[in-house]
Write a new protein. Structure first.
Length: 279
């Protein structure tokens, strides 16, 4: 579940010149496994309504109650499995952090991990899509296109006995790199930690290279495929951190591939544009 103002991976936003982020907003919803669907409809300014506690995009919304993030979903999934996606997700943080991480020295890109340790309740209107589990809640903010400042990055969030550990590694266009490792406890306290070495593991079906952090002598492995695109991968990856085996969500993003203009028409098939909306 991702809410966008300025839909980063929307071809329509890129073609527009990215001058008006509010005219390219969306609520991205992805479910995985048997019957999994993907919705990422690019919507216009009329579909966006925000207050300090509520973020609405067309028929879907996120609302912060003070203790829970309530997400109401009413979307239509894109090709090849077009169908209605409806229901509600509740994210309950164990604690809210006070952490912000600049991803570039000038602060043009910011990562804000609001609640790295959370519980979720999923209740979607589809058979088998009702469950409770371990969750996560963060945000990213930026004032420039990702491909302007980065060529490649990986991110991973791994549950641990103490809470969760996040790794953010990126290669910047200026030749510098980001290597961030932050451990969060159940109370939301964050501390930087020494990360084990970057370790490559199996490429995706699109031959996208992947790496994450792993103790010396161990090799990470994918245990569940989630999203597999020419420039982006999301999957559940098992690794070993300080002697503890853990499985968490991992992302790899090749922004050289994403910058290729030939990719944008392919994305438009999965990201339809709906410019008008009336509440």
């Amino acid at each position: 579940m991702i809410g966008f103002i300025g839909s980063v991976f929307s071809p329509w936003y890129a073609w527009s010149g990215r001058h008006t982020p509010a005219n390219h907003c969306c609520m991205n919803v992805a479910t995985y496994g048997a019957g999994g669907r993907f919705a990422m409809t690019d919507r216009g300014t009329s579909a966006l309504h925000t207050t300090p506690d509520r973020f609405t995009v067309g028929p879907s919304a996120m609302c912060w109650t003070g203790t829970d993030l309530i997400i109401d979903i009413d979307e239509v999934s894109s090709l090849p499995l077009v169908s209605r996606m409806r229901g509600q997700i509740t994210v309950t943080p164990e604690a809210i952090t006070n952490v912000e991480l600049p991803l570039t020295p000038d602060g043009a890109h910011i990562w804000r991990p609001f609640a790295p340790v959370s519980r979720i309740t999923v209740n979607l209107e589809a058979k088998g899509w009702q469950f409770d589990g371990h969750g996560y809640f963060d945000a990213n903010f930026g004032t420039r296109p990702l491909e302007s400042d980065f060529s490649y990055w990986t991110w991973g969030r791994y549950p641990t006995r103490a809470g969760a550990t996040c790794f953010y590694d990126a290669t910047r266009r200026d030749g510098t790199s980001l290597e961030a490792a932050i451990a969060f406890d159940q109370n939301g306290t964050a501390r930087t930690v020494d990360a084990p070495p970057r370790t490559a593991f199996k490429r995706t079906l699109w031959a996208l290279r992947r790496e994450t952090r792993a103790d010396p002598g161990t090799t990470p492995r994918q245990t569940k495929a989630m999203l597999d695109a020419p420039f982006y991968s999301r999957s559940v990856v098992e690794t070993c951190i300080d002697g503890e085996k853990t499985a968490g969500v991992h992302e790899a993003l090749d922004l050289n591939r994403y910058a290729n203009p030939l990719l944008k028409p392919m994305l438009a098939v999965r990201v339809p544009r709906r410019a008008r909306w009336q509440f």
